[in-house]
Design a protein around this ligand. Structure first.
Ligand code: AMP
Length: 480
């Protein structure tokens, strides 16, 4: 295995991926509220963002590359009038990384003008796309979300809701979707409920009720909305001039909430799948300490992904918690690597060790996961280089052995270190004195999954949906 550092491919570049969606109905400043919501969901994707609004007659859409605060200047927000808005922040999980793939997508079709934003990954998108292209559809982008719009446009159903229902029933995989039409909004979640989608309410001045939907409740906190419920798996919510209706559009299926939302993606101040992420993260650390105890002087998190579980580990083990790795939060994509490459440059760019806290210490280093192992090795080396006497790596989930096809950007199987190596081999590769992963039962316990409501496919290889061409998907480079 090569440990060469390639800047474009480092997971740092990809930290906090996936997508975040937001939808606002019935607010005089809908686009501004959507903007704030996206701001709070920025950790779910930093490559591009967009907002589409409707003033009842027309849909306005603005998308840009980069971060939410950079894209949405007051002028841009001023060009998005109306009381309804949907927004999206994206790290690509399907399709190329270009503005063309930034969302919301908007089209004019026989159902009127329509915009859509999507979080998740449709596993039968290529099959559907092939069929649609065969029948004459023309695609603008390479993202799987566009397939949905084509299915809606081609439906013979007369109403948008009926056409959507028909379209959604043809999709497989993960989708939390928000649609905007001129006079209404429709949101829906796949029947397994892979990705989150919360539902809330706010009372802007004027007494009218405003409804909001979002990937995580931390967005609601910022805009002053109350979290009411989740959009249920297989549920569609329609809000228009006639009011709001909630309906089940798909038969009940086994739930498969993405456990990685609790392990890594979601912010600890969010409630995801009805559970506080902070509670899960602390439990992950506590159970990890019970399963893999070690004599040490300090517990050090890899920030930010390991912080909450390191706190749990520290409390459980009675070993002091120390922030001995400092993260630079402003590492962006625009950084130009000097031609005279410095050793381990990427890791140094992002983290700096606090020698004073590490020198001569036996250190428990806590992180959420090991994917390829290359970053973990650099961090272990960095901690040791700062004088640590021992470095014990603890990972707050089981070994990642299988790629995700439901919206998490894991590399293909061949690149997952745990898919091809024993724990002892991984320990040697990352150069730790000891290595311990949380067990699957520990993970299940930490998220209180008594009813088997979660998807653990990345740790088990046991996928909750049928995957056509699974072999091809496992090895495809551009699988995502
Ligand atoms: P590595 O040691 O190269 O496998 O990198 C591990 C680091 O990647 C950890 O700090 C994780 O927080 C981070 N990470 C975990 N999952 C992902 C993911 N799906 N995409 C990007 N980074 C991730």
């Amino acid at each position: 295995m090569s440990d060469e550092f390639r800047f474009e491919e480092t997971p740092f570049d990809k930290l906090h991926e996936e997508c975040g969606v937001i939808a606002v109905y019935g607010h005089a400043e809908a686009a501004n509220i959507a903007y704030l919501g996206l701001y709070a969901l920025q950790h779910r994707g930093q490559e591009s963002a967009g907002i589409a609004s409707s003033d009842g007659r027309e849909i306005h859409n603005y998308r840009g590359m980069g971060r939410v605060a950079e894209i949405f200047t007051p002028e841009v927000l001023g060009s998005l009038p109306g009381e309804m808005a949907i927004g999206h922040t994206r790290y690509s999980t399907a399709g190329d990384t270009a503005l063309l793939n930034a969302q919301p997508f908007s089209v004019a079709c026989n159902k009127g003008r329509l915009a859509v934003a999507h979080n998740g990954n449709i596993t039968n998108a290529s099959e559907l796309r092939r069929e649609l292209e065969h029948e004459g559809s023309i695609f603008q982008a390479s993202s799987d979300t566009e397939v949905i719009l084509h299915l809606v446009a081609r439906s013979r159903e007369r109403t948008l809701a009926a056409a959507l229902r028909e379209a959604l029933l043809q999709l497989e995989g993960a989708f939390s979707l928000v649609f905007l039409a001129e006079d209404r909004m429709i949101v829906a979640r796949d029947p397994h409920g892979f990705r989150p989608l919360a539902f809330g309410q706010m009372e802007p001045s004027g007494g009218k009720t405003c409804y909001v939907f979002g990937s995580e409740t931390c967005a609601f906190d910022l805009i002053g909305a109350v979290y009411l419920d989740d959009v249920a798996p297989g549920e569609m919510v329609i809000i228009g001039p006639e009011g709001m209706t909630r309906e089940r559009y798909a038969p009940v299926r086994d739930r498969a909430h993405c456990v990685f939302e609790h392990v890594y993606f979601s912010r600890p101040d969010s409630i995801v799948f009805g559970r506080h992420v902070a509670q899960s993260r602390e439990m992950l650390g506590r159970l990890l300490a019970r399963e893999h105890p070690v004599e040490a002087d300090v517990v050090v998190p890899v920030p930010d992904s390991g912080v909450a579980s390191a706190i749990g580990f520290s409390s459980e083990a009675g070993i002091p918690f120390r922030q001995a790795l400092i993260r630079n939060h402003y590492v962006g994509r625009t950084f130009i690597e000097p031609s005279q490459a410095i050793r381990d440059f990427g890791v140094k760019l992002k983290f700096n060790p606090v020698r004073h806290l590490l020198e001569g210490k036996r250190v428990v280093l806590v992180d959420d996961s090991i994917v390829r192992g290359t970053v973990s090795r650099k961090i272990v080396r960095m901690v040791r280089g700062a004088g640590a006497r021992e470095v014990h790596l603890r990972i707050s989930c089981p070994p990642t052995v299988s790629p995700c096809f439901y919206g998490v950007d894991t590399p293909m199987k061949a690149e997952l270190i745990a898919a091809n190596h024993s724990i002892e081999e991984i320990r040697r590769f990352v150069e730790a004195d000891s290595l311990g992963y949380l067990s699957l039962s520990g993970l299940r316990k930490a998220v209180a999954d008594d009813r088997h409501d979660y998807c653990y496919a990345c740790y088990t290889g046991d996928y909750p949906t049928e995957l056509i061409n699974i072999e091809e998907m496992m090895t495809a480079k551009d699988r995502r």
